[in-house]
Design a protein around this ligand. Structure first.
Ligand code: MET
Ligand SMILES: [Zn+2]
Length: 802
C-alpha cells in the first residue's frame, strides 16, 4: 500500500459561505445584548454555538452531506477581523490587547471592531463590489504576527463533536495583505504585502492545528486576485501573482493530512483574468472559480491534478439559477476534466452571506415572484441538484426543465415589461440628459435664492428618535391609522424646521422622519419593486439591511399605498412632506431624493436586462418627482448618490462603461429641472480622486461629500481637477457621537477656502444625521453655523481690504 496520504476528495457540492447572522438575526441580538451589558460572555458564546450547530444541521439537511461540504464561515463580526486576530496583528496604537497567555479573546476582538475610549476602531471599507463592509487591517514594519486565537479550530471541533465535519475558512494571506493599509507608523510608500513571508508561518501553524483537529479541507479565500486594486506601495498585478506563488508554495509544503488540510483556494467576485496561471500553478488541491461573473478559462489543461470547483450559482444576487445552462457548463467541464485529469465539483460563485436565508419565508410575496427567487437555502439545493447532474447526467432532468420553465415565466409576467415604461426609455434623446450651461443656471439660481457666501445646510436626515420609529412600527401593525401617522411625522418635521431656524441654517431640510431607509422608502412607492419581511443581510458587524427586490419595470405607483395618494394617477412620493416643511418657513427647503444608482446598488436588481436600462427607468420616475417638487414650489432638490463609487467594476477595463451609464442615469433624473432650480447631490466616501471626472459629469449645481475624517484632504483633489461648481466638503464627522468644536470647524473651513474659491463653498456635515442623538447633533450643528459665520466675516474682511 502507498504510504503517501492522498487528500480526501473534495465534496461534490458546496457553498463558499453561508449567512452567519441567523434566520431571525439571532447573532445580532446576542452580540448587541453582550455589548450593552445585558448578557454575559458565556451567554454570548452559548448563542454563537447554538447558531453554528443550527447552521451545520440546516446545511446538512439541505443536502451538503459530504465531508467538508459545510463551510465553517461563522463570524462574530467580520471574516477579515477573524483572520487578523488569528494572526495576532493588532495595530500598535491599541497597545496591549493580548492576554498573559498571548491570546486575543472576544473582548479584544470587539475592541478592534468598535474602538475604545482612546482609539478609533479599525476603518471599515466595502468588500469588493458588495455592500458588505470589512475591517481594514493596519500593517507596518512593526506589526508582530503570532498565532493569537484558535477560534476557528475550536469551531471546527465543536461541529465535529456534533457530527459535522466542516471546512474552516480563512481570508488568504495575499488578500489579507492586499486589503490592508499601511499602519500609522509605516514609512511612506510601505506595502503591507512586503510582510507576506512573516505571516505565512502563522498561517502554516494554524493549518497544522486544523489538520491535527481532523479537518480534511480548509478554504483560503483570495478575492483580491479578481480585482484591479489600487494597492498601497504601488504593488503591481504581476507582484500579486508572484505573491500567490510564494504564499502557496509555502503553505502546501507540508504533507496533506499530517501537516495541513487539503487547500481550497477560492476566488469569488469575478474572473481571474491574468492571475489564472498563477492560481493554477499553486499546489492547492482545489480551486474555486467564479463562473457566474467570470468566464471559463480557455486553457483548462493547467488545472490538471486539481479539483475545479465550478462557482455556477450566483452567491451575490437572489435569482433562481438557470440550471440547464449551468448543467451544460458542467458537461463541458466534465469532458475537459476527463481529458486533462482534473476533477469537478459545484459551488456558489461567492459566499451566500450577501443574500437572505430563505425565500420560502416570504409568504407575503406573490407566489410567482417568489418562484423566481433563490436565497441562500435555495442556492444550496441548486448546487446539490447540479452535483447530481454532474455525477449522473440525466438524473436531474426534471429539475433542470422545471427551472427553465419557471425562468421563462418571468418574461411574460405582468409588470415585468410594461409598454408605457419602455416607450418612454426608447424615446429618449441626448437632450433629455443635459441642462443649460452651468453659468446660465448659476445666474438664474442666484436671482431667486439669495444665499449668503458659505451657505449652511445639512445632508437631509435628522436623528430618528424612538418616537418616530415607534410611530412607524405602530402604523405597520395597524395600531394607529395613516392620519395619526401623518400627524406625528408633521410634528417631527415642524420640530426639525424650528430647530434649523433657531440655529440659523440657510437651506433647510424636512429631516426625512418618514423614511425607514433611504432606498426602501422609494422602493415601497415605486412599481416594479417588492420588499421582504425576513430578508436581512449583514452590512457590517451586527448591522443588517433589508434590500428591496427590483423585479419589474419601474415607475411611480398609481395611487400610492400610503398618505395623500390619489388612486388613479402616478402619485408623488415626497412632495407632500417637502411642501409641508416649506409652508413653515421663509427659508428654502431642500427636496430630498435617492438617486438611481444608489437605488440599484442597495436593492436586489433584476438580471434580465442591462443595469443601464433599469437605471434609466428609475431615473425617469425621479424626473417626474422633481417636476412635481418644482410645481410645489421647491427650488432646491438634492439627489443622493452615495453608492456611485460602490458599483465601480472590479476590473479597470469595465469601468468606463459603468461610469457612462451611471452618470447618465443621474443626468436623466435631474436634467428636466428648470435653470433656476438648484440641483444638489451627495456622495459619502473620501476616496474622491478615483471618480472625480464622473462626479463632475453628474453636472449637479452643488455636491456635498465626506471630508471631515480625512481633514479636508479632498479639497486638493478639487483644486487639481479645477472643479467649477458648488461643493460642500463635510466639516462634521457624523459617524461618531463626538461634537466637533467651533474652532476645529473654522480650521477646516480655512483649509477649504485656501484651495477652493469661496463662492463655490458650502458648509455642511459629512452625511445624514439619522443615526445620531439629538443632543450631540444640536451642539455640533450650532458649532457648524457659528464657524461658518466666522469664516464668512473673515472673507468679508479680505474683500473689503482689497
Ligand atoms: C448615506 S447618504 C445619506 C443621505 C440622506 N439624505 C441622509 O441624510 O440620510
Ligand atoms: Zn451620506
Amino acid at each position: 500500500m502507498a504510504t503517501q496520504h492522498t487528500p480526501a476528495q473534495f465534496p461534490s457540492a458546496t457553498v463558499l459561505g453561508y449567512p452567519r447572522i441567523g434566520r431571525r438575526r439571532e447573532l445580532k441580538k446576542a452580540v448587541e445584548a453582550y455589548w450593552s451589558g445585558a448578557s454575559s460572555l458565556a451567554e454570548l458564546e452559548a448563542s454563537a454555538e447554538a447558531l453554528q450547530l443550527a447552521t451545520a444541521a440546516r446545511l446538512t439537511e439541505l443536502g451538503l452531506t459530504d465531508e467538508a461540504a459545510v463551510p465553517g464561515t461563522f463570524s462574530f463580526y467580520d471574516q477579515v477581523l477573524d483572520t487578523l486576530v488569528a494572526l495576532g496583528a493588532v495595530p500598535a496604537r491599541f497597545g496591549t490587547l493580548h492576554d498573559d497567555a498571548g491570546r486575543l479573546g472576544l473582548d479584544a476582538y470587539f475592541t478592534l471592531a468598535r474602538g475604545n475610549a482612546e482609539q478609533q476602531p479599525l476603518e471599515m471599507t466595502k468588500w469588493f463590489d458588495t455592500n458588505y463592509h470589512y475591517l481594514v487591517p493596519e500593517i507596518g514594519p512593526e506589526t508582530v504576527f503570532s498565532l493569537s486565537s484558535e477560534r476557528i479550530v475550536e469551531e471546527f471541533s465543536l461541529a465535529k463533536a456534533h457530527g459535522t465535519v466542516t471546512r474552516p475558512y480563512l481570508v488568504g494571506p495575499v488578500t489579507l495583505l492586499a486589503l490592508s493599509k499601511a499602519s500609522d507608523g509605516a514609512p511612506a510608500g510601505f506595502a503591507p504585502l512586503s510582510r507576506l513571508e512573516d505571516v505565512l508561518p502563522v498561517y502554516a501553524e494554524l493549518l497544522g492545528k486544523l489538520a491535527a483537529a481532523g479537518a480534511p479541507w480548509v478554504q483560503l479565500d483570495e478575492p483580491a486576485l479578481v480585482a484591479d486594486l489600487d494597492l498601497p506601495g504601488g504593488t503591481s498585478a504581476a507582484e500579486l501573482g508572484a505573491a500567490v506563488e510564494r504564499a502557496y508554495a509555502a503553505l502546501t509544503a507540508p504533507a496533506v493530512g499530517a501537516g495541513r488540510p487539503a487547500i481550497l483556494l477560492s476566488t469569488p467576485y469575478g474572473g481571474l483574468g491574468e492571475q489564472t496561471a498563477a492560481v493554477a500553478a499553486t499546489g492547492a488541491e482545489a480551486v474555486a472559480l467564479d463562473l457566474f461573473k467570470g468566464q471559463l478559462p480557455a486553457d483548462l489543461a493547467q488545472f490538471a491534478g486539481k479539483t475545479v470547483v465550478a462557482g455556477l450559482v450566483d452567491g451575490h444576487n437572489i435569482w433562481r439559477n438557470d440550471l440547464a445552462a449551468s448543467a451544460a457548463t458542467l458537461d463541458a467541464l466534465r469532458e475537459a476534466g476527463a481529458r486533462h485529469g482534473f476533477a469537478v465539483a459545484v459551488a456558489t460563485s461567492t459566499s451566500t452571506f450577501h443574500v437572505p436565508h430563505d425565500a420560502e419565508e416570504e409568504t407575503q410575496l406573490d407566489p410567482q415572484l417568489r418562484s423566481w427567487l433563490a436565497f441562500a437555502d435555495q442556492k444550496v439545493r441548486e448546487v446539490v441538484t447540479l452535483a447530481g447532474h454532474l455525477a449522473a447526467p440525466g438524473s436531474q432532468d426534471a429539475a433542470l426543465a422545471e427551472s427553465s420553465r419557471i425562468i421563462a415565466t418571468r418574461a411574460e409576467a405582468p409588470g415585468v415589461r410594461r409598454p408605457e415604461v419602455r416607450e418612454r426609455t426608447a424615446a429618449l434623446t441626448a437632450a433629455d440628459f443635459s441642462r443649460s450651461e452651468y453659468g446660465v443656471r448659476a445666474q438664474a439660481q442666484e436671482a431667486v435664492l439669495d444665499l449668503p457666501p458659505l451657505p449652511t445646510t445639512t445632508i437631509g436626515s435628522f436623528p430618528q428618535t424612538a418616537e418616530v420609529r415607534s410611530a412607524r412600527a405602530r402604523l405597520n401593525k395597524g395600531a394607529i391609522d395613516e392620519a395619526e401617522y401623518e400627524r406625528l411625522m408633521k410634528d417631527e418635521i415642524a420640530r426639525v424646521i424650528d430647530l434649523q431656524e433657531e440655529l440659523g441654517f440657510d437651506v433647510l431640510v424636512h429631516g426625512e422622519p418618514e423614511r425607514n431607509d433611504m432606498v426602501q422608502y422609494f422602493a415601497e412607492h415605486l412599481d416594479g419593486f417588492d420588499v421582504t419581511v425576513h430578508g436581512w443581510v449583514q452590512s457590517y458587524g451586527s448591522r443588517c439591511t433589508r434590500p428591496s427586490i427590483l423585479w419589474g419595470d419601474v415607475s411611480r405607483q398609481a395611487g400610492a399605498s400610503i398618505l395623500w395618494g390619489d388612486a388613479t394617477s402616478a402619485a408623488p412620493i415626497t412632495v407632500p412632506w417637502a411642501a409641508y416643511a416649506q409652508s413653515l418657513t421663509e427659508k428654502p427647503v431642500k427636496g430630498m431624493l435617492t438617486g438611481p444608482v444608489t437605488i440599484l446598488a442597495w436593492s436586489f436588481v433584476r438580471d434580465d436586462q442591462p443595469l443601464a436600462e433599469t437605471a434609466n427607468q428609475v431615473a425617469l420616475a425621479l424626473r417626474d418627482e422633481i417636476a412635481d417638487l418644482e410645481d410645489a414650489g421647491i427650488g432646491i432638490i438634492q439627489v443622493d448618490e452615495p453608492a456611485l463609487r460602490e458599483l465601480l467594476p472590479l476590473r479597470a477595463a469595465d469601468r468606463p462603461a459603468y461610469l457612462d451609464w451611471s452618470v447618465n442615469a443621474f443626468r436623466l433624473a435631474t436634467a428636466g429641472a428648470a435653470d433656476a432650480t438648484q440641483v444638489h447631490t451627495h456622495l459619502c466616501y473620501s476616496e474622491f480622486g478615483v471618480i472625480i471626472d464622473a462626479i463632475d459629469g453628474l453636472d449637479a449645481d452643488v455636491t456635498s461629500i465626506e471630508a471631515a475624517r480625512s481633514r479636508m484632504e479632498v479639497v486638493t483633489d478639487l483644486e487639481a481637477h479645477g472643479f467649477g461648481r458648488g461643493v460642500g466638503p463635510g466639516v462634521y464627522d457624523i459617524h461618531s457621537p463626538r461634537v466637533p468644536s467651533q474652532q476645529e470647524i473654522e480650521e477646516l473651513l480655512a483649509r477649504a477656502v485656501e484651495h477652493v474659491p469661496a463662492r463655490q463653498l458650502w458648509v455642511n456635515p459629512d452625511c445624514g444625521l439619522k443615526t445620531r442623538g439629538y443632543e450631540e447633533t444640536e451642539a455640533s450643528l450650532r458649532n457648524l453655523v457659528e464657524a461658518a459665520k466666522v469664516a464668512r466675516a473673515a472673507l468679508a474682511d479680505v474683500s473689503s481690504a482689497v
